[in-house]
Ligand binder design. Structure first.
Ligand code: ZN
Length: 68
């Protein structure tokens, strides 16, 4: 009775495109992204933002130091 439809082990929305993903295969390790391409896209964007924020924080600290 339970072997007709595969029961999703877990489901999540892709962090990149928002698509709902239901994992039914135990060998499927996806937990955040629907595909490798979206994982790559997301990380590329995330690291770019991190670099920009870090640069901005450094600039701000330097400016405040000069003012003090
Ligand atoms: Zn996606």
């Amino acid at each position: 009775m339970a072997d007709a439809a595969p029961v999703p082990l877990r489901s999540f929305g892709c962090r990149e495109c928002g698509r709902a993903v239901a994992v039914t295969d135990g060998a499927d390790r996806r937990t955040v992204f629907c595909c490798a391409a979206h994982e790559r896209e997301w990380w590329r964007r995330a690291t770019r933002h991190a670099a920009r924020d870090r640069a901005r924080a450094l600039r701000g600290a330097r400016r405040e130091g000069r003012r003090a």
